[in-house]
Design a protein around this ligand. Structure first.
Ligand SMILES: [Mn+2]
Length: 243
């Protein structure tokens, strides 16, 4: 019997954006930090067993050492485990953030680093999670490609960062997440990132969502999701608007 669990799912936080240049960067940096802090506080209120971060915690691999240290401390201060993949903005290119700073030194955090994909087991939660460490955002890269077999009688999760392509249409877009991959995955939940808006791409018995960004894209509040897993029931996914 698998334990009843609550997951939280966040992505696309984009700390340390340097889009605006000059003084406005500092304003934006502080704003991103406030949004991330609010996200973590809102997630904590939901008392999750695990937080999934589906890529783009940082806006670019140029993020400052100060912001990286600040984020690592914030994550280390959480009372629950965190499972994370890189995104296209904080990918594993040479000298990227996660090559310069070892996030796997954070006791409660596991960061997927293997570009070919990596299974991370959390035996205390009976979770077997899989994801890839994105190195470059290209049409050849397939975030959900070559998923391994399921681990029987465990909760099977996957994380991916890329653009959703509905149906079998051919596309030249980079990092495609395909309908068939979700359909054939057999996973209990797939946590996706890259779209900055909430999107339900569930297929068959697999619940699969883009959770949206904690930073609102319009006048709406930013979002994350909670996912309640219970034996014999469909995953219960709830949209949480950040207060
Ligand atoms: Mn992205």
């Amino acid at each position: 019997m698998r334990p009843k669990l609550r997951l939280a799912h966040a992505s696309d936080i984009h700390l340390d954006t340097d889009y605006y240049g000059g003084e406005r960067n500092l304003e934006r940096r502080d704003r991103c930090r406030r949004v991330f802090r609010a996200l973590l506080d809102n997630v904590t209120e939901q008392r999750p067993d695990l937080l999934l971060i589906a890529g783009d915690l940082f806006d670019s691999n140029r993020a400052s050492d100060d912001t990286i240290a600040w984020a690592m401390e914030a994550l280390a201060g959480l009372a629950f485990p965190v499972l994370m993949i890189p995104g296209n903005h904080d990918c594993l290119e040479a000298d990227g953030i996660y090559r310069r700073h070892d996030f796997n030194r954070i006791p409660n955090l596991r960061l997927v680093m293997d570009p070919e994909g990596e299974v991370i087991d959390l035996p205390e939660l009976r979770i077997s999670a899989w994801g890839k460490g994105m190195v470059s955002h290209t049409p050849a890269y397939s975030p959900l490609g070559n998923m391994p077999d399921l681990r029987e009688d465990w909760w099977n999760l996957a994380l991916g960062h890329g653009i959703f392509i509905d149906g079998a249409a051919h596309s030249h877009r980079s990092s495609q997440v395909k309908t068939t991959q979700i359909l054939e995955s057999g996973r209990d939940y797939i946590a996706l990132g890259h779209h900055h808006a909430l999107l339900d791409v569930s297929k068959s018995s697999t619940a699969a969502y883009y959770c949206g960004s904690p930073e609102p894209v319009s006048e709406d509040a930013g979002t994350f999701l909670t996912v309640d897993l219970e034996e014999g029931r469909e995953a219960q996914v709830t949209i949480r608007r950040i207060k």
